[in-house]
Ligand binder design. Structure first.
Ligand SMILES: Cc1cc2nc3c(=O)[nH]c(=O)nc-3n(C[C@H](O)[C@H](O)[C@H](O)COP(=O)(O)O)c2cc1C
Length: 139
């Protein structure tokens, strides 16, 4: 499969999550590229079989949770019919941000097959099982 992992990150956690996803899904059968929202290759996206899109959880900790930097996420072109995974990183409480992010991507035409926010302190332990779960769903 051709897999693209896109990240929108301010302080580096979501970028790190994207790199860990890239490492977890790379194999002799999977060609993977990891890119920031500002460095997208539209042709590569058009050829992708699976796209992970990640951002951070913005909110007021107890309420108002939403995908961070939504304006920059709009740099992502329409994703009609593409299998897409929405991932996020958060500090304490993601609320319903991951399902809001999934709806945002669905509005771009994506077929969102999974959405999850991962605590920024648990990236090393939780990213690999998450990525493997996604690949297993597609097989
Ligand atoms: C303005 C702002 C609001 C935030 N709101 C929340 C929040 O409501 N809940 C939460 O768990 N983390 C919140 N965070 C923490 C970030 O989601 C978390 O640190 C994330 O991993 C940052 O990702 P990044 O390093 O890729 O920018 C907030 C961070 C910022 C800067």
């Amino acid at each position: 499969m051709n897999i693209v992992v896109i990240h929108q990150s301010r302080s580096g956690n979501t970028k790190k999550a994207a790199e860990l996803i890239g490492g977890a899904v790379a194999s002799s059968e999977n060609k993977v590229s990891v890119r920031s929202t500002e460095n997208l290759d539209f042709k590569e996206l058009a050829n992708a079989d699976l796209i992970f899109v990640g951002t951070w959880v913005d909110g007021l900790i107890l309420f108002g949770h939403r995908p961070g930097d939504i304006g920059k996420l709009n740099l992502i072109p329409p994703l009609w019919g593409k299998n897409v995974v929405a991932f996020m990183t958060h500090a304490a409480n993601p609320g319903k941000a991951a399902s809001k992010f999934a709806s945002f991507l669905e509005a771009k035409g994506a077929k969102v097959i999974s959405s999850r926010s991962i605590n920024r302190r648990k990236l090393e332990s939780e990213i690999r099982p998450f990525a493997e779960e996604v690949l297993a769903e597609l097989n």
